[in-house]
Design a protein around this ligand. Structure first.
Ligand code: G6P
Length: 433
């Protein structure tokens, strides 16, 4: 029997993570073939990563056939899983998403605010094409989407592409579980968090340790100033009042929305000192690829943990393992709401604990949104709908409305100025506009 995984964006510096994840799970998830796919611009990186992946598999002595190619359609033949981790326009485009809004006095971030909107505009049409190919060539395959903005992209594919076997994943719920375990001095596998909301805008509402409710203890610790942020985001901590009043665990990205002025100040300072995060990552990538080239390196280097998306492979590989083995365990994914949050439409994509079987995720009922964040989440979901529409049609007014409706922009004249500046800066990657 064959079990084939195709990694779209296989030349990414993150790829050794997913290879490690596959190797570690090979007993239960016996992948027989992996194909790394990239585009012409990523050819060199693909070759380096491919060679490293090959050495990793050889060292682990796993019977996995590995290859790499620029021919996506050929690669997709007989695929069972297709994971995506692409960045249309590369880090250079990300840098513009981060820098240009800051120049106008707004948050510049790859998944939030104007930057996130433009990442969606560049990405959705490309992944829509991929989904069409998957549907035609390997209709039974699951698309595991890591590509940012992961929630918006997943909703776009589920609503507008012919392929319906699409699941969005992110490392933030994973990070929150791990940090909570650290806070409570226990193992992550003992922790269960009830998540409520959407990708990069998800809250934890309840925390259980081995089934016992520890929410109050975790909130108290957060109030003492403990926090959890991945490498790519500031870590300002939360005020006692915010935590007490909301009784929710915010995720690190909420700092952009609830501490906007302070984050902006920090980001402007960081821009002056080190450049944008994209530029920092470019440097990091350079040294990572130098390491990857070393023919003696046969494992994922520790330095990869300096990336914000570190450990994403645990999320992706556990998910594929559970689908393959029909495990019916609970994992946090981006999937159709289907009534889990009755306040939101059934076809909205939410980030939610779901039972994972070979039929995909079955979301667990969350119930109504807390009043404190209901309005925000309504606004964010409505905003996302406009982003998706504009991504597909290239309609200027929808794009403009998305900017106006985004809580990190809002101001109408600036929305237009910023929109026009970003449309111009990214025009090579936005044929739909
Ligand atoms: C976080 C986010 C990911 C994002 C990553 C960026 O982990 O959840 O969605 O891709 O950070 O990390 P980077 O190292 O590229 O700044």
């Amino acid at each position: 029997m064959t079990l084939k995984l195709v990694v779209i964006g296989g030349g990414s510096s993150y790829t050794p993570e997913i290879i490690e994840g596959i190797i570690l799970r090979h007993d239960s998830f016996p992948v027989t073939e992996i194909v790394l796919v990239d585009v012409e611009a990523g050819k060199q990186k693909l070759e380096i990563v491919g060679q490293l992946a090959k050495r990793m598999i050889e060292k682990a002595k796993k019977p996995i056939q590995l290859s790499w190619t620029l021919d996506r359609r050929e690669a997709l033949k007989q695929a069972d899983f297709v994971s995506t981790q692409i960045r249309v326009g590369g880090l250079a485009a990300r840098s513009k998403d981060e820098r240009i809004p800051l120049e106008y006095g707004y948050i510049g971030q790859e998944t939030n605010g104007a930057g996130g909107i433009f990442k969606a505009f560049r990405t959705i049409p490309v992944l829509m094409e991929l989904a069409k190919d998957v549907h035609e060539i390997c209709p039974n395959a699951w698309i595991i989407n890591f590509t940012n903005p992961a929630g918006i992209v997943t909703e776009a594919l589920l609503k507008h592409s012919p392929h319906k076997k699409v699941i969005g994943v992110c490392n933030i719920p994973y990070n929150m579980r791990h940090s909570t375990a650290e806070i409570l001095n226990t193992k992550p596998e003992n922790i269960m968090i009830e998540f409520i909301g959407m990708n990069h805008y998800v809250f934890g509402r309840k925390v259980w340790v081995n089934g016992v409710d520890y929410t109050t203890e975790v909130l108290a610790k957060l109030k003492e100033g403990l926090d959890y942020s991945p490498a790519n985001i500031v870590n300002l901590g939360w005020s006692q009042t915010f935590i007490k009043a909301t009784s929710l665990l915010p995720n690190p990205y909420h700092q952009y929305y609830f501490q906007t002025a302070q984050v902006l100040k920090k980001d402007v300072q960081a821009l002056k000192e080190n450049g944008t995060r994209a530029e920092v990552v470019q440097q990091l990538e350079k040294s990572l690829f130098e390491l990857y080239k070393n023919p003696d390196l046969c494992e994922k280097p520790k330095e990869l943990e300096e990336r914000g998306g570190a450990f994403y492979s645990d999320v992706a590989c556990s998910l594929m393992d559970s689908i393959y083995n029909n495990k019916a365990d609970v994992q946090t994914v981006n999937t159709l709401n289907n009534g889990a949050i009755p306040d939101l439409s059934e076809d909205a994509v939410i980030e939610v604990n779901s039972v994972i079987t070979k039929n995909g995720p079955q979301p667990i009922v969350v119930g109504s949104l807390p009043d404190s964040v209901k309005g925000h989440i309504y606004q964010m979901k409505a905003f996302e709908k406009l982003v998706i529409r504009a991504s597909i049609t290239g309609n200027y007014e929808d794009a403009y409305l998305a900017m106006v409706m985004n809580p990190l922009i809002g101001e109408e004249a600036d929305s237009k100025r910023l929109l026009d500046a970003l449309l111009e800066a990214h025009k090579d990657y936005l044929p739909q506009f």
